[in-house]
Design a protein around this ligand. Structure first.
Ligand code: MN
Length: 229
């Protein structure tokens, strides 16, 4: 047995609906600009360029129902409601036609973003990490398993702040659907069980402040509620 100098960190995990068992998280891959209207609102071109990825640390996940701290060093914390894909079986060079065989389940997540830090990073051509990978930046609702719900290809995706709808679209608007996202990523890294994908957000991103509550959902995949302290 390895002799660690202190106790290894606890395993980050996401709840699974209908069971006390939890999904252990290995990595969180996020897709940028995967809805055309959001790409445009961020000043981008929504033509089908290949998907690009950034990461959040595994321990950024928090459960639905958590009150998260307003993060430091930002005055513009944004909500990004997203379809989350949980990988149950790893692989490399996965063909899109086989990609869904690697999925354990799906969920609703929030890719919380320090938008001011991201804009600075973009303008200085620096990495996005500090704007995306901060503590508690990946709230994720309980996963639903493929065994229970199959593979959702459409369904309303929405988020409200204090009851006011901010983002309201459909996951059928994804520029790169889930099989393509998995396939592209698997050409660059070996996917492993426990990997999560946050598949991108639709238009309507905006600021959320202290004392506010975000409630969002995807049709057929349940809802997420996160308060900001
Ligand atoms: Mn996002």
């Amino acid at each position: 047995m390895t002799d660690y100098i202190f106790a290894p960190p606890p395993v980050s995990s996401v709840a699974i609906a209908g069971t006390d068992a939890r999904f252990p998280v290995r990595r969180i891959f996020c897709v940028g600009r995967n809805y055309a209207a959001h790409a445009r609102e961020m000043g981008g071109d929504p033509t089908r360029e290949p998907p690009f990825f950034f990461l959040k640390p595994a321990d950024a996940v928090v459960d639905s129902g958590t009150t998260v701290r307003y993060p430091p060093e930002t005055g513009n914390l944004h909500h990004e409601i997203e379809l989350v894909v949980a990988i149950g079986e790893g692989g490399v060079n996965i063909a899109p036609e086989r990609a869904l065989e690697h999925v354990f389940g799906y969920g609703v997540g929030l890719d919380m973003t320090r938008r001011d830090l991201q804009e600075t990073a973009k303008s200085l051509r620096r990495p996005w990490d500090w704007s995306k990978g901060f503590d508690q930046s990946a709230p994720i609702a309980p996963l639903l398993t493929v065994a229970d719900i199959g593979h959702p290809r459409s369904g309303r995706i929405w988020v409200a702040v204090d009851g006011e709808i901010r983002q309201d679209s459909d996951i059928d608007q994804l520029i790169w659907p889930v099989p393509d996202v998995i396939s592209f990523a698997s050409r660059s890294v070996e996917l492993k069980p426990g990997d999560l994908f946050m598949t991108g957000t639709p238009e309507g991103v905006g600021a959320v402040g202290r004392g506010q509550v975000m409630t969002g959902g995807i049709e057929g995949l349940g809802e997420i509620t996160i308060a900001i302290d």
